[in-house]
Ligand binder design. Sequence first.
Ligand SMILES: Cc1cc2nc3c(=O)[nH]c(=O)nc-3n(C[C@H](O)[C@H](O)[C@H](O)COP(=O)(O)OP(=O)(O)OC[C@H]3O[C@@H](n4cnc5c(N)ncnc54)[C@H](O)[C@@H]3O)c2cc1C
Length: 304
Amino acid sequence: MYDILVIGGGPAGLNAALYSKRKGANVAIIAKDIGGQVRDTSTVENYLGYSSISGEGLVKEFADHVKALDIPVFDFSTVESIGVSEDSKVKEVILSDGTTYKAKSIIIATGSKPRKLGVPGEEEFFGKGVAYCAICDGPFFTGLDVIVAGGGNSAIEAAIDLSKIANKVTVVHRSQLRADQILIEQVEKLENVEIHLETQIQSIQGEKLMSGIKVLDKSTGKTSVIEANGIFVEIGYLPNTEIFNGVIELNDRKEIMVDRYGETNIKGIFAAGDCTDTPYKQIIMSAGDGAKCALAANDYLNTL
Ligand SMILES: Cc1cc2nc3c(=O)[nH]c(=O)nc-3n(C[C@H](O)[C@H](O)[C@H](O)COP(=O)(O)OP(=O)(O)OC[C@H]3O[C@@H](n4cnc5c(N)ncnc54)[C@H](O)[C@@H]3O)c2cc1C
């Protein structure tokens, strides 16, 4: 029986384990991989203490820190479900191979994945123009022409932010904008932002780097090419929470609902980072969230 089991090996999970261990808890990490989405990030320039570091380099720093604390890590392990005893004091984590671990508390840190366009060229030009996070990668496109794919709040916020650093921003959306009116009014006033609605992205083109996108104007049926150095795909995130459906309360975006201590609807089960309804999905937010959940889990253990 562990005091705390952490599910997930991204910044949220690793920091949750680190804080738990330093509080004296008997903790272990169960994760498919160590690093999470940070592994897929070429360069990180917004994590305090590192003006520029590769995603892999940052993961190594995180992993070395956890290793130094002798925290057991069950990686390459996929959690299939969790269970809770009737009095909610004993929790079970069940892996896909049937192995079951028991704990007094669980910290869920299963993260999310960006929703993709699913068009030709998207994979090929990932990191060569295709990006999924304007906050993270916007500065790499300073003075260049970029496209924002999407029409919701995150897309329009990204267009507004990018307009301050890019030469030109073209918003492309397959239907009408569904962002808040105040954001729409703001973006429409910007001189270097052009908006193409009812426009379907068909492919992303280029040679070594992306050079533009092919689009279909749904109202005229005509195709054309919009030239740009980059495209920010801002069409939402898919939280990795399907396995908790029916046990843990999720919102309509399938994010785990947590209180300000990171606790879910079940006492002693906490959730941190991108899998939760906490706003602003960033490495530092997830790491901070993990720390908060560990401290809250420790307070919970003290009540047992
Ligand atoms: C391309 C890209 C670039 C980015 N660039 C930046 C940047 O420059 N700066 C920045 O601050 N943020 C950046 N982000 C966002 C940042 O990476 C995330 O906010 C952060 O990694 C979230 O951390 P997390 O620990 O909550 O989740 P994740 O990093 O998603 O980690 C989730 C962990 O849970 C594991 N897991 C999931 N399901 C299961 C399961 N069923 N069983 C076992 N394990 C499971 C995963 O394997 C993984 O280890 C970027 C994101 C992307 C996609």
